[in-house]
Design a protein around this ligand. Structure first.
Ligand SMILES: Cc1cc2nc3c(=O)[nH]c(=O)nc-3n(C[C@H](O)[C@H](O)[C@H](O)COP(=O)(O)O)c2cc1C
Length: 152
């Protein structure tokens, strides 16, 4: 979480906020409850669940912060890399009900609810359902030439 905190942001706004819950806590059950079923099936094994939110407006002048998503993403990226360095793994999830999360944690409209995240250690693939086992393979990445625009 320190790595997430160190991320740079537009005007140093640090718009990201993390709801972090450890297995056994009420908030953990609340986060689990807003995940879609497919995600809940595997995320229930993670020792830590989070919800990442971000403030839409600059605190200093109440103007719209067009970069808050970018900044929150940078922060989560730092967290993810640092977790990996420590032998942990993070898995972001878009598959959850934003409205229910907003209600469960009483989050106002001035805040975007961006993603849920499971954090923990790699488990045993054999413990997953056949459907989920099929998904457990490295995600391919686009070739560099497809994502870079360089003068020839
Ligand atoms: C914002 C975001 C939302 C995601 N949502 C889900 C999700 O709801 N369920 C899931 O199983 N994986 C989810 N993922 C994981 C991606 O599908 C995964 O990172 C991508 O397929 C690449 O696979 P890899 O990270 O294993 O290489 C999400 C990732 C991100 C960054």
């Amino acid at each position: 979480m320190e790595a997430a905190r160190y991320a740079p942001s537009c005007f140093n706004e640090q718009p990201w906020r993390y709801i972090v819950a450890v297995q056994g806590e009420d908030d953990y059950q609340k986060i689990l409850g807003v995940l879609n079923e497919t995600n809940r099936e595997w995320a229930v094994n993670a020792p830590v669940l989070m919800i990442i939110t971000s403030h839409k407006r600059f605190a200093k002048n109440d103007k719209e912060n067009r970069w808050h998503f970018f900044d929150a993403g940078t922060s989560w990226g730092f967290l993810s890399l640092e977790a990996h360095r420590r032998g942990l793994h993070t898995h972001a999830m878009a598959g959850f009900c934003v409205d229910r999360a907003r209600e469960a944690f009483d989050i106002g409209d001035d805040t975007s609810i961006i993603a849920a995240v499971a954090m923990g250690y790699y488990g045993n693939k054999d413990d997953l359902s056949p459907e989920l086992q099929k998904k457990e393979k490295p995600g391919l990445r686009k070739p560099t030439k497809e994502i870079l625009f360089l003068e020839e």
